[in-house]
Write a protein that binds this ligand. Structure first.
Ligand code: ZN
Length: 148
C-alpha cells in the first residue's frame, strides 16, 4: 500500500510542477473562475464543446500543489468525454476525496492519486476546486446555447 501512495504522491508532485493543459485556448465555448480563499487557490477553467462532447479543456491559475495537480489531471481526464460523463466523473472524484466511497482506479485512472486527500479535510476543497469550476463552466455553456 505504501508503494501505491508513493506513486500517487509522485503523480501529484509531477503534475503540480509541470501542469498539463495550462493555457488559454482560442475559441473556448465557456469558462468559469473558481477560488478557494481558505488556501488561496484561484483557477479559470476553459471548455470547448462540440455538441455534448468536450473536445478541449484547459486552465490557468495559481495555488497549492493539490489544486494545480487536480486541475492538470482533470482537464486531461474530461477531454473527449461527454458533458454527462464528465459530471459523473466529478461525482466519483468528489465521493473519493470526501471519503464517501473508496477510490475505483478502473473508473478514475490517475485521478485515484487524490484518494489520500480524504485524510486531510482542509485539502478537500483544493482537490475539488477544479471540478466545481468545470461544473460552473459547463452550466454556463449550456445556458449560452439555450439562449441563442
Ligand atoms: Zn489549496
Amino acid at each position: 500500500m505504501s508503494d501505491l501512495s508513493e506513486l500517487y504522491q509522485q503523480i501529484i508532485v509531477e503534475h503540480s510542477r509541470s501542469p498539463r493543459n495550462f493555457r488559454v485556448p482560442e475559441g473556448a465555448s465557456a469558462s468559469a473562475e473558481g477560488d478557494n480563499p481558505l488556501c488561496g487557490d484561484r483557477i479559470t477553467v476553459y471548455v470547448t464543446l462540440d455538441g455534448e462532447r468536450i473536445t478541449d479543456a484547459a486552465f490557468q491559475g495559481r495555488g497549492c500543489a493539490i489544486s494545480q495537480a487536480s486541475a492538470s489531471l482533470m482537464t486531461g481526464a474530461v477531454k473527449g468525454r461527454t458533458v454527462a460523463e464528465a459530471e459523473q466523473l466529478f461525482h466519483r472524484f468528489h465521493d473519493m476525496v470526501t471519503g464517501a466511497a473508496d477510490a475505483d482506479a478502473k473508473v478514475l485512472g490517475k485521478l485515484a492519486a487524490f484518494a489520500g486527500v480524504k485524510q486531510f479535510p482542509s485539502r478537500v476543497k483544493c482537490a475539488n476546486l477544479a471540478w466545481h469550476t468545470l461544473h460552473a463552466a459547463l452550466i454556463r455553456s449550456a445556458e449560452s446555447v439555450s439562449t441563442e
